[in-house]
Design a protein around this ligand. Structure first.
Ligand code: NAD
Ligand code: UFG
Length: 351
């Protein structure tokens, strides 16, 4: 029988790509999402891409009644917990909201998991828990130094996972620390669809290429990096999704492993200019750029040491920056306004 996995936040950017990879690996997928930052049409897109059906429960991960019902109605083998809020700047302006959704939501989920005997959990953490690095590449044993409420919310959940796993020796909990997920599914049928003006580099560049924005502002070109612009470890979202399948296999097949945290990155750093140049190459569009001041809170450079994931999960990122740009461009050029474009071309009956 197929193993059924709960994906909280499974309609979001990373969750939707992971749902596709899980279905293609033979898992059954149940999505819990309140669509605060995603579109319902995503569910149909996942089903179309995989030719498999997805069960959807529309609800809030903080709603304990919804969780209890969901766990008692479904025989779950594991959970991947994506649901959360993710904008660093917004977390500074609305910390209580971020702690409520990200921390309270995770604690409630872990309580219901414990009560219903579901022991395998994979959690969306972030490289932001490391803050400004003392050493590169970043290894998992680097100290926690988060610099925003968002980063602290991820650190606190990791610590709660570790404490829970210590107190309950049958748990298998894994936090995945993502570096910078970008790009889209190779079909161009699902991708990243930020609300309003993108905060992040990659969607901003994609929107400049497609003509939705005039020019990219480079946040500082006086960093101590090769070309002066910020360096990050960009990882193709499909590689990242496959990393989740590997992590899920691991927590299911290693019962009572306790808690562990693993980086998901490529181990390579690219600068803002590298990303712009690669995007120009694949799209044939010019990325207009101007240089502005540094963005508060940004660090010069960081990238992952990906060895732990390779050793423990037998997983490595395989797709390079050009492939990230190619697939991201396929999605952006097919749907310049994201999922709204899909909603407008399909009748409600076809959704
Ligand atoms: P996303 O916003 O696209 O997806 C999050 C999903 O969770 C959305 O579908 C949203 O509607 C849903 N959601 C939010 N609050 C909810 C709630 N209270 N109840 C139910 N559903 C809720 O974000 P993403 O980029 O796919 O990120 C997924 C996870 O990965 C998040 O936890 C995020 O913090 C983490 N992460 C993302 C990045 C990144 O750069 N994208 C980097 C590191 C970590
Ligand atoms: N940048 C620009 N102009 C822009 C946007 C970004 O020059 O318009 C630069 C930034 O200064 C940085 C680089 O592009 O040097 C990448 O910035 P992003 O905003 O794309 O990504 P960050 O590394 O700042 O942060 C992202 C997510 C965080 C997450 C972190 C690690 O936003 O939530 O990656 O996973 F924690």
């Amino acid at each position: 029988m197929k193993q059924k996995i709960l994906l909280t936040g499974g309609a979001g950017y990373i969750g939707s790509h992971t749902a596709v990879e899980l279905l293609q690996s033979g898992y059954e997928v149940l999505i819990l999402d309140n669509f605060v930052n995603s579109h319902k049409v995503v569910i149909k897109q996942i089903e179309r891409l995989t030719n498999r059906s997805v069960k959807l429960i529309e609800g809030d991960v903080r709603d304990i009644d919804v969780l209890e019902r969901l766990f008692s109605d479904n025989n779950l083998s594991g959970v991947i917990h994506f649901a959360g809020l993710k904008a660093v700047g917004e977390s500074v302006a609305q910390p209580s909201n971020y702690y409520d959704v990200n921390v309270t939501g995770s604690l409630g989920l872990m309580r219901v998991m414990e009560a219903s005997g579901v022991k395998a959990l994979v959690f969306s953490s972030s490289a932001t828990v490391y803050g400004d690095p003392d050493e590169l590449p970043l290894r998992e044993d680097a100290p926690y130094k988060p610099e925003s409420p968002y980063g602290r919310s991820k650190m606190w959940v990791e610590q709660a996972m570790a404490d829970t796993a210590n107190s309950n020796t049958n748990c298998s909990y894994m936090a995945l620390r993502y570096f910078n997920p970008v790009g889209a599914h190779a079909s161009g049928e699902i991708g990243e669809d930020p609300n309003g003006i993108p905060n992040n580099l990659f969607p901003y560049v994609a929107q400049v290429a497609v003509g939705r924005r005039e020019a990219l502002t480079i946040f500082g070109n006086d960093y101590p990096t090769l070309d002066g612009t910020g360096v990050r470890d960009y990882i193709h979202v499909v590689d990242l999704a496959r990393g989740h399948v590997a992590a899920l296999d691991y927590v299911i097949n290693n019962p009572a492993m306790g808690f562990d945290a693993v980086n998901l990155g490529t181990g390579f750093g690219s600068s803002v200019i590298d990303v712009c140049d690669a995007f120009e190459k694949v799209s044939g569009k010019q990325i207009q750029r101007t240089v502005g001041p540094r963005r508060e809170g940004d660090v010069a450079a960081y990238w992952a040491d990906p060895e732990k994931a390779a050793q423990l999960l037998s997983w490595r990122a395989e797709l390079n920056l050009l492939q990230m740009c190619e697939d991201g461009w396929r999605w952006q050029s097919a749907y310049p306004n994201g999922y709204v474009d899909m909603d407008s071309v399909r009748t409600p009956e076809s959704l």
